[in-house]
Write a protein that binds this ligand. Structure first.
Ligand code: HEC
Length: 127
């Protein structure tokens, strides 16, 4: 009896735990022809974000792909990019750990980065 109770308890506890984050993932991203603003954003992105998010947002072993359904505009609006850069973001979707804030990246630069990411997302069927 106690054994069954223990198993039942374990099953309930497992059901109550928060869902495990998605496994780490990198994505082969197709690079479209970019507008000039997105090109500027790409340069800032490569300098400040690519070491974790990949050269064109396909992800690395240090950060998630941003060219991913999770980051489509309806799920992570442009606001999420400004917030992530200004305040950082705690690990919640992935197993990589927290993202630290990047105070040297200006709002204008994030605006261009968002333009870049959205153009690449659209070219990869994420909108
Ligand atoms: C040192 C590694 C690192 C760098 C550099 C980095 N990021 Fe991140 N970023 C992460 C990690 C890790 C996450 C995932 C957190 C999670 O959801 O588990 C993340 C998540 C995000 C998110 C999602 C935020 C949310 O609301 O879920 C955005 C947007 C983002 N990063 C944008 C950027 C941009 C733009 C830059 C460059 C200006 C950048 N990151 C630089 C590691 C990094």
């Amino acid at each position: 009896m106690t054994k069954i109770a223990a198993i039942a308890f374990t099953l309930v506890a497992m059901a109550l735990l928060p869902a495990a984050p998605a496994a780490a993932e990198t994505i082969a991203v197709k690079l479209p022809e970019l507008t000039p603003e997105a090109q500027a954003g790409a340069q800032t992105f490569i300098k400040n974000c690519s070491q974790c998010h990949g050269m064109i947002g396909g992800g690395t072993d240090k950060g998630p792909p941003l060219i991913h359904r999770i980051y489509e505009p309806n799920h992570h609006g442009d606001f999420a990019f400004f917030r992530a850069v200004q305040q950082g973001t705690p690990a919640h979707h992935w197993p990589y750990g927290d993202m630290a804030p990047l105070p040297n990246v200006s709002e204008a630069e994030v605006t261009a980065i968002v333009k870049f990411i959205r153009e690449v997302q659209r070219a990869n069927g994420i909108e």
